[in-house]
Design a protein around this ligand. Sequence first.
Ligand code: TYC
Length: 102
Amino acid sequence: EDRPDDETGVITKTRPKTQRPPLYKVLLLNDDYTPMEFVVHVLERFFGMSHAQAFELMLTVHKKGVAVVGVFSFEVAETKVAQVMDFARRHQHPLQCTMEKE
Ligand code: TYC
């Protein structure tokens, strides 16, 4: 919205504060026991990554200890974490997936 300054008459734009929903990072944590192929499969299955993308990100987690696998709304992030944790538990792997506010 255009607005002339009271003293100078200079036209400035006022930027209305738009409300964006908070975003949440979904994090994958390294461990010593979960097979690399299982992690790659998880990333393909639940995060829609190609095999090459999934392999690369798995190696990043393996080397660095943790990585962001995606950024989502609260509801979607919560669902991804639950899906990964449930899938890992059902296969008896200790893989950990968490979320944090961006
Ligand atoms: N460190 C595991 C291994 O050597 C592989 C692994 C990678 C585990 C990423 C978890 O989030 C993870 N088998």
